[in-house]
Design a protein around this ligand. Structure first.
Ligand code: AMP
Ligand code: ZN
Ligand code: FE
Ligand code: FE
Length: 281
């Protein structure tokens, strides 16, 4: 069993990359990918820890792409953290986040909720500050009684303190992952918010630009979604990947490797991913 979708303190997860590796080894996982949002900063220490724990570590990243009506995330597996064009793109994404975060904090202030920027940075721990950290700060200051409420009332798209941020186009996201020697995969397709017919057209377009895989096994994917995405994988010859999207205490309902208990990703997925890696983009 493996897990190809996890987050550490370098984005909005609560565990250090080393702890993720140790936990995975304790559980008996044979391979683990670190896929932090918009950064590969945790990858070197993650790979070293995986080697120490005797499991296979896969360097990864999760990139936010520009898309509506929903949200598009692209996973890149086996990316080279040293690759310059990827790092430039990730740096632009992080700068865009920083600008957006400051605007959100300003909007919250105008709504009567003062937050200390430094306190939010401390909550973020690593290098990427996200809305979940702002939500946590709002709970800590007593402005809302749960992070869920913070999103519902203020931070979700369209809510009073929401702000857009710079994102890469899906094509550029895929290209940057390819440039870094990685395998580009569409994460949790249901968040695109498309009907199956529209999703098929969208995937066809992404495949034209080099998409190589689709995340089929995921906590929020029931049998019906899994079968849709499996059909798309067959149609477009995509690798079917999967993972828990583990964030640690930041999302305690999700277990590493198992999601809500409904995720199981076989070692054979990694074999297929490696084959795709050999073919290249
Ligand atoms: P950001 O990348 O900073 O825009 O934050 C996105 C993250 O916020 C996602 O990965 C989720 O973990 C979280 N998130 C987004 N929308 C919601 C929501 N409606 N309720 C709770 N968490 C959310
Ligand atoms: Zn996250
Ligand atoms: Fe995601
Ligand atoms: Fe994720």
């Amino acid at each position: 069993m493996i897990d190809l979708h996890t987050h550490s303190v370098f984005s909005d997860g609560s565990l250090m990359p080393e702890t993720l590796a140790e936990k995975a080894a304790e559980m008996g996982l044979s391979a683990l990918a670190l896929t932090d949002h918009d950064t590969t900063a945790g990858v070197p220490q993650f790979l070293a820890a995986c080697a120490r724990c005797g499991i296979e570590g896969i360097p990864g990243v999760e990139i936010s792409a520009d898309f509506s009506p929903g949200t598009m995330h692209l996973l890149g597996f086996f990316v080279d953290p040293e690759a310059q064009s990827l790092q430039e793109a990730l740096a632009r994404l992080r700068t865009g986040r920083e600008k957006r975060n400051r605007k959100i904090v300003e909007k919250l202030a105008s709504l009567g909720m003062q937050l200390e920027w430094d306190a939010i940075k401390v909550l973020a721990g690593g290098d990427v500050v996200g809305r979940p950290h702002i939500a946590e700060a709002m709970v800590n200051c007593g402005y809302v009684n749960s992070r869920q409420k913070a999103f519902q009332r203020f931070l979700r798209r369209g809510a009073a303190a929401y702000e857009e941020r710079y994102r890469l186009s899906p094509e550029v996201g895929i290209t940057r992952i390819c440039d870094a020697g990685g395998v580009p995969v569409l994460a949790h397709p249901f968040t695109l918010g498309l009907s199956f017919r529209k999703l098929r057209a969208c995937v066809a377009d992404l495949v034209e630009h080099g998409l190589a895989g689709i995340e089929v096994f995921y906590p929020e994917h029931g049998a019906e979604r899994r079968s849709w995405y499996t059909e798309l994988a067959k149609t477009f010859n995509l690798v079917m990947t999967g993972g828990s999207d583990f964030h640690g205490a930041a999302n305690p309902a999700i277990a590493l490797g198992r999601g809500f208990g409904n995720v199981f990703v076989s070692d054979s997925v990694l074999v297929a991913l490696r084959e795709r890696l050999l073919i290249g983009c």
